[in-house]
Every structure is written in structure tokens, then in C-alpha cells.
Design a protein around this ligand. Structure first.
Ligand code: HEM
Length: 412
């Protein structure tokens, strides 16, 4: 029978936020999964750590995102999903924060423009950008910081390229994307001041995009923004606010996540020289390696759902109004789902994981994130025959988006 721990001192939100667990949160997750897989932190908050439970909630329409004014979720809802404010002062959400049918309609319109083919066509440009960044790193004397030199600039350059943001504005994109990345953290877990900073960055980004949209309406290019402007589905189109909210969502969801996959993935390989060597000698393993790296040290460690009606998980009643913290990072190390889950094995097949979520909100940018990371890892192994850690990596202070602030590397 499933054990619901209503009284014990663990787990606690303080544990989750404790910097001591940043370098390696997995022992803590493992303890929770064993002792209280469905842990009720208070009347309203349930923390899930098992693969099957997290996957079940993500696939279940009874869990979703409440309206901001739903009194059952006061203080728990995620205004952060409201990516901009319309002319009447009403918040507008990106479709990550919507339920069907609004989610279905918007995701389907956006998918017509953000296609797999559009992503595949970007491959040569991503290779070029990666090569340029490598050349710049190689020209620096001594060790390099992979986060600063490659993992950070690459995804923002790719999203800018995708949207058609001119080169001259890249540095502003980088600044905005840092600030808005906090949007993925539930508000009750944010440090003081972060929400205001992020709102300001979003306003600036929206104003900037608004001008770009006007330009693209007059003179469409072959970029995603022009395609989104032109999208039609039997007379249905994206309104201006939906368009702006979608572009902001792409920046929020697509930047820091990919930075972290490149950083966490490279670190995992450096700490497992046998796996690094295996990948170098068999580059055909790259696709599979990326999946295993997504599982092993997931860039998105948690997501949130809300019980919109009475439901149950693994036979345990979950009353309407409950907030569920789904620890994806823990689910991806669940021994019930993987043999020897704490072992990095780039040949592991199949690697089904929850790193991109599951169900209707499954990551729309997964093909792009995979492509960028494949190219980054291949280039690293081609151009740096013996990459070695050249100092202690530093983790960012971010519990949702797990990633490195610094990854000092000697390229060999
Ligand atoms: C390694 C990189 C990435 C990871 C780990 C990641 C992870 C995720 C996860 C876990 C979700 C689901 C969240 C939930 O259900 O609450 C998601 C959704 C989403 N992601 Fe990603 N993502 C990555 C890269 C990207 C990129 C590059 C883009 C686009 C440029 C993107 C766009 C989106 C969008 C639009 C959604 C919302 C989908 C929906 O609500 O239907 N992501 N991502």
C-alpha cells in the first residue's frame, strides 16, 4: 500500500532550498522516494518523487493550471505563467499555463509554424555558431568556462536566429532571457525581489517584440516570427497578445533549460571518463547519450500541477485544491523505472524519461534542444581531444532549473 507521510519532519521545502543539496540533490530525493513517495507537506501541498506517479499526474486532465483568481489556490497559483499584461491590464498566459481547450488551440496553431522541419533546417547554422564559439574559446589562454563560452551564448543565439532577432540585439536577448527564466519557478519558492525583476524584463522584451512584429507584418522573412504572424487554421489566427505571449514563452522555456543540458551533460561525461571515451569512439551513440544525460541530471528538476477536481494518485485521494510538486529529477532516478538509476550509461535503452515532461504539455522545443546538445557534444569531442575539469564547477542557485554557473575546462 502507498505510504502517505502526514506527520514526519521530512521532506521539507527548506531541504529542497538548502544550498547543501545543490551539488547533489539525488540522495535527498532518494530518501524522500523511499520514506514518503507522496509526501504531504501541508494541507495543500503534495510532493511526488516516483516516476509512475509523476507521469500519471502529467497525463491526467484532472490536474492542470487554475485561473489566477481561483480562491482555492490563493498564494499557490503561478502568476509567473502569465507572461505579459494586455492593454487593459489583464495578464496573458503562455500556453504552458493553459488547460484544454485553450491550450489545444494555441499549441496546434504554434506547431504549424514551429515545425520539426524548421528545426532541422537550422542544423547547419547551429554547427556554424558552435564552431565560432569554440574558436573563440580556443584562442583564450589557459582554461575556459564552458558555460560562458558555449552553453550560454549558443541557445540564445539559436532562439534569436529562429525568431529573426537581429545580431545587434543578441546581448539584450541574453539579459532578458536570464531574468525571465525565473518564471519557471513557482512563486512561493522565489527569492524576494526576483518576481519584480522578472516582470520588468518581460515588459521590455514584449515592447521590443511588438516592434519586431510590426516589421514582420510589413515585410515577412523566413523566420519563426513571420511564420507565427502568418499562421492560419480555417480562419483562426494568433491574436497579437497570443503571438507575444508565445514568443516570450519560447524564450523562457528554451534558453536556460538548454544551457543547463549542455552544462550538466558535459559535467556528467567528464566525471565518467569511461562514458566520455565510449562516446568519442562511437559518435553514433550521441543521440542516445543525450537522452541518458537528460535523465541523469535533468535541466528541469520539478514542475507543478494543481488538482482542479477531486482525484487520486496511486490510490491516494487528492482533494481538489491540492498543489502537486512533481520532482522530475527524482522520478528520473527512480529504481522502479530504471536498473541502477544512479549509474550513467550512455548505451542505456530505451531511455524513457520525464525531462521534457509528458502528456499535452510535452516540451514543444525538444527537437531543438536535442539538436543543439548533439552538435555541442560532437563539436566538443572533435575539437577537444582530452577535455578535463580545470577547477570545481559551481552550481546556480535555482531549484527548478538545475544548472552550472561555471564549468572550468581545460580543452586538452
Ligand atoms: C534541454 C532543454 C529543455 C528541457 C529540459 C525542457 C523541458 C520542458 C518541460 C519539462 C516541459 C513541460 C513542463 C510542464 O509540463 O509543466 C516543457 C515545455 C515546453 N517547452 Fe521545453 N525544455 C527544453 C527546451 C526547450 C526549447 C529549446 C524550447 C523552444 C525554443 C522549449 C519550449 C517549450 C514549450 C513551448 C513548452 C510548453 C509546451 C506546452 O505547454 O504544450 N523547450 N519543456
Amino acid at each position: 500500500m502507498t505510504h502517505v507521510d502526514a506527520t514526519a519532519a521530512l521532506p521539507s521545502l527548506q531541504d529542497l532550498l538548502d544550498p547543501r543539496h545543490q551539488a547533489d540533490p539525488y540522495p535527498l530525493y532518494s530518501r524522500w522516494r523511499t520514506q514518503a513517495p507522496l509526501a504531504r507537506l501541508d494541507e495543500q501541498l503534495l510532493v511526488l518523487t516516483r516516476y509512475e506517479d509523476c507521469a500519471a499526474v502529467l497525463r491526467d486532465g484532472r490536474f492542470g493550471h487554475p485561473d489566477a483568481d481561483d480562491p482555492r489556490f490563493t498564494g499557490r497559483a503561478r502568476p509567473a505563467l502569465e507572461v505579459l499584461v494586455d492593454d487593459d491590464g489583464r495578464p496573458v498566459r503562455g500556453f504552458l499555463g493553459l488547460n484544454p481547450p485553450s491550450h489545444t488551440r494555441l499549441r496546434s496553431l504554434v506547431s504549424q509554424a514551429f515545425t520539426r522541419r524548421r528545426v532541422e533546417l537550422l542544423a547547419p547554422r547551429i554547427e556554424e555558431l558552435t564552431a565560432e564559439l569554440f574558436t573563440a574559446m580556443e584562442s583564450a589562454p589557459g582554461p575556459v568556462d564552458l558555460i560562458e563560452g558555449l552553453a550560454t551564448p549558443l541557445p540564445v543565439a539559436v532562439i534569436s536566429e529562429l525568431l529573426g532577432v537581429p545580431d545587434a540585439d543578441r546581448h539584450r536577448m541574453l539579459m532578458w532571457s536570464h531574468a525571465v527564466a525565473r518564471a519557471l519557478v513557482p512563486d512561493f519558492l522565489l527569492p524576494p525581489g526576483a518576481a519584480e525583476q522578472e516582470a520588468q524584463a518581460r515588459r521590455e522584451f514584449t515592447d521590443y517584440l511588438r516592434e519586431l512584429v510590426v516589421e514582420r507584418r510589413h515585410a515577412p522573412g523566413d523566420d519563426l516570427l513571420s511564420a507565427l504572424v502568418g499562421v492560419h487554421d480555417g480562419g483562426d489566427t494568433l491574436t497579437e497578445n497570443e503571438l507575444l505571449a508565445t514568443c516570450t514563452l519560447l524564450l523562457i522555456a528554451g534558453h536556460e533549460t538548454t544551457v543547463n543540458l549542455i552544462g550538466n551533460g558535459t559535467l556528467a561525461l567528464l566525471r565518467h571518463p569511461d562514458q566520455l571515451e565510449r562516446l568519442r569512439s562511437d559518435p553514433d551513440l550521441t543521440d542516445n547519450a543525450v537522452e541518458e544525460l537528460l535523465r541523469y541530471d535533468s535541466p528541469v528538476q520539478l514542475t507543478v500541477r494543481f488538482a482542479l477536481q477531486d482525484a487520486e494518485v496511486a490510490g491516494v485521494p487528492v482533494p481538489a485544491g491540492t498543489t502537486l510538486l512533481l520532482l522530475i529529477g527524482a522520478a528520473n532516478r527512480d529504481p522502479a523505472a530504471y536498473e541502477d538509476p544512479d549509474r550513467l550509461d550512455i548505451g542505456r535503452t530505451p531511455v524513457r524519461h520525464l525531462a521534457f515532461g509528458q502528456g499535452i504539455h510535452f516540451c514543444l522545443g525538444a527537437p531543438l534542444a536535442r539538436l543543439e546538445t548533439r552538435i555541442a557534444l560532437r563539436t566538443l569531442l572533435q575539437r577537444a581531444p582530452q577535455p578535463r575539469l580545470a577547477g570545481e564547477p559551481e552550481w546556480k542557485d535555482h531549484i527548478t532549473l538545475r544548472g552550472l554557473r561555471r564549468l572550468p575546462l581545460s580543452l586538452g
